[in-house]
Design a protein around this ligand. Structure first.
Ligand code: RFL
Ligand code: PHB
Length: 393
């Protein structure tokens, strides 16, 4: 069967769903094609911190009611050095900016609910999605649904299909430049229905490795510990994770930490990755399809949102005023922000993690830098302004 839309969107992660919703609000039509089923997409546990710019965008898309009711505004976070805590007062240091803790799972659910309440085309379980005619006049996407071949003709394709999707792979290798860093460790995450140990997040540098105390709500905690890449989940029963967190977060946090059974546990590798350009002909990459950051700065989801803000604006201008300027400038404008967030995430990872080849000098440098941040308002301002999110230019 052949269908037609203005913008074919591949991937129903936050990037694809939010793009489709923003286009809809402006009267541009799109169809989202997603490989997984709805239940799978809605239950993936990932990021938890939204920058103000991301919240504003969700508002503009008309999907922020539950976010405003249930999201937790955070005006600061704490850093720990071998168990000693100090606070970064984001709000004070940035002239009033803050972040909101609201799970990516909830953002995704709200966006899917908005699509379904207006009967918008959102195709789950689309198999073998492939792009055709990127360089020619006839642009279309093919896929299989329930065993039947489908063809979707379109003016543009938005590749929002994450790190492993087909969109980036459709750009010829001689055009694409890739920049990459793999880190020699991963994050073991645990989700549990217990109250958080603090009302704000704690990022801890400990001689045994990094730990993070986060949350999803006043009754649901999310914690992470740095582990070697070859670590097996089976070697980490819940009690071992709680014991390790108690050591790495330090006495003050540990004394307020409630232990409980995990409802989710997983290990994610850490990576920095950027593919340039983010546009090839009428294909536009957004979110993890074009770039990955290590989660230390909480930037992954927020970068997906800022890409989509730029892309939606460009597509809307194209249809409203037949102006191609925004589309032509998309890659450069998006990448300018991406690289700054890449830098912050890379720097924050280096400051807080234990590297296998770290000698005593390297460790002293971390300790000195963290002490400097603790004692200098200027250094704290640099951290805070990056954490709340840099402006879009
Ligand atoms: P997503 O969320 O990966 O969505 C891409 C969507 O595309 C679909 N897809 C396909 N659809 C059709 N055909 C194909 N062939 C397809 N191949 C893939 C996928 O099923 C999926 O639905 O990318 P998007 O929208 O760009 O959003 C980006 C964010 O999800 C991502 O940056 C963050 O979640 C990164 N991230 C984290 N960020 C944080 O800030 N804090 C975290 O704690 C955090 N944890 C994580 C993470 C990413 C992870 N990944 C990607 C493995 C934990 C994990 C495990
Ligand atoms: C999370 O709550 O999952 C989370 C919070 C902050 C980060 C990364 C992950 O930097």
């Amino acid at each position: 069967m052949a269908q037609r839309t203005q913008v074919a969107i591949i991937g129903a992660g936050p990037a694809g769903l939010l793009l489709s919703q923003l286009l809809h609000v402006a009267g541009v039509d799109s169809i989202v094609l997603e490989r997984r089923d709805q239940a799978y997409v809605e239950s993936r546990i990932r990021a938890g911190v939204l920058e103000q710019g991301t919240v504003d965008l969700l508002e503009r898309a008309g999907v922020a009611d539950r976010l405003h009711a249930e999201g937790l505004p955070h005006n600061g976070f704490r850093l720990a050095l071998d168990g000693e805590l100090f606070r970064i007062d984001m709000r004070e240091l940035t002239g009033g900016k803050s972040v909101t803790v609201y799970g990516q799972t909830e953002v995704t659910r709200d966006l899917i609910a908005a699509h379904q309440s207006r009967n918008a085309p959102l195709v789950f379980e689309a198999e073998d999605v492939s792009l055709h005619g990127l360089d020619g006049d006839a642009l279309f996407v093919t896929y299989r649904r329930d065993g039947a071949e489908q063809r979707l003709d379109c003016d543009y394709v938005a590749g929002c299909d994450g790190f492993h999707g087909p969109s980036r792979a459709a750009i010829p290798a001689e055009v694409l430049r890739v920049y990459e860093r793999e880190y020699p460790f991963g994050w073991l995450g645990i989700l549990a229905d217990v109250p958080p140990c603090d009302h704000e997040l704690i990022y801890s540098n400990h001689a045994r490795g990094f730990a993070l105390a986060s949350m999803r709500s006043p009754t649901r905690s999310r914690y992470y510990v740095q582990v070697p890449l070859d670590e097996k989940l089976a070697d980490w029963p819940d009690e071992r994770i709680w014991d390790e967190l108690a050591i790495r977060l330090g006495e003050e946090a540990a004394s307020r930490m409630t232990r409980g059974p995990s409802i989710e546990k997983s290990i994610a590798p850490l990576r920095s990755f950027v593919a340039e350009p983010m546009r090839h002909g009428r294909l536009f990459l957004a979110g993890d399809a074009a770039h990955i950051v290590p989660p230390t700065g909480a930037k992954g989801l927020n970068l997906a949102a800022s890409d989509v803000a730029i892309l939606a604006e460009a597509l809307i201008r194209r249809y409203a005023h037949n102006s191609h300027e925004g589309l032509e400038g998309y890659s450069a404008r998006a990448l300018a922000r991406v690289w700054k967030a890449e830098r912050f995430s890379w720097w924050f990872t280096g400051l807080t993690h234990r590297f296998p080849d770290m000698d005593p000098f390297a460790r002293r440098m971390q300790v000195a830098e963290l002490s400097y941040i603790r004692d200098s308002a200027a250094a704290q301002r640099v951290v805070a302004e990056n954490y709340v999110g840099l402006p879009l230019h």
